[in-house]
Design a protein around this ligand. Structure first.
Ligand SMILES: Nc1ncnc2c1ncn2[C@@H]1O[C@H](COP(=O)(O)OP(=O)(O)OP(=O)(O)O)[C@@H](O)[C@H]1O
Ligand SMILES: O=C(O)C1=C[C@@H](O)[C@@H](O)[C@H](O)C1
Ligand SMILES: [Mg+2]
Length: 173
């Protein structure tokens, strides 16, 4: 991989990752999509049938397999929180960018979402607590942080593109 995006649900990893990959002419890989393809069912269905631990094992296997691929990787919101995944991300020499969001932004972006099982289980305020529990790990795993609350997805792409590591990795802007 050339760049990895991490951040909480609704931070924009999938949206921004797709746009960034398009801009750079690189493939985009979304870890949640890799998991769905491998399992042959939706994330919601994996949680319902097999439980969260089974989902986390699939997620770990997908991360390990994907790191060797070329392109941009958008992780799942919980990916860096699992210790083994945190170690994999820290050990890789791929720049990790944290897309950050304030609680109000998460609530605004996910209020009509029905596909994220944790959002359904915890409710919007439970989600905000979960983000608080995860924030330190998101920060520790990442090389660079962007506060996305007041940026459009394209502005987030521009902010990433302006970073030195991107020029180094891609040799262009
Ligand atoms: N910068 C932004 N400004 C406004 N809306 C955004 C922005 N980024 C993402 N969104 C919107 O927020 C919602 C969630 O975005 P997205 O699916 O990209 O998040 P994610 O980080 O991939 O979440 P998950 O971890 O659950 O996969 C989408 O409806 C998307 O259009
Ligand atoms: O934050 C999380 O733990 C999750 C985020 C999504 O991307 C999915 O990976 C799944 O819904 C779990
Ligand atoms: Mg996503």
């Amino acid at each position: 991989m050339k760049l990895i995006l991490v951040g909480f649900m609704g931070s924009g990893k999938t949206t921004v990752g797709n746009l960034l990959a398009q801009k750079l002419g690189l493939p985009y890989h979304d870890l949640d999509d890799v998991i769905v393809e491998t399992a042959g069912k939706s994330i919601k269905q994996i949680f319902a049938d097999d439980g969260e631990p089974a989902f986390r094992q699939l997620e770990h296997d997908a991360l390990k397999a994907s790191l060797a691929d070329d392109g941009i990787l958008g992780t799942g919101g919980g990916t860096p929180i699992q210790a083994a995944n945190f170690e994999l991300l820290k050990a890789s020499d791929v720049p990790v960018v944290l897309l950050d969001v304030m609680p109000e932004t998460i609530i605004a972006r996910l209020k009509n979402d029905t596909d994220r099982p944790l959002a359904q289980q915890l409710g919007l305020h439970g989600l905000v607590d979960l983000k608080g529990q995860r924030d330190t790990l998101y920060q520790q795993v990442s090389d660079f942080r962007i506060a996305t609350d007041d940026l459009t997805p394209l502005e987030v792409v521009d902010a990433i593109s302006q970073e030195g590591f991107l020029k180094m990795s891609f040799g262009r802007n």
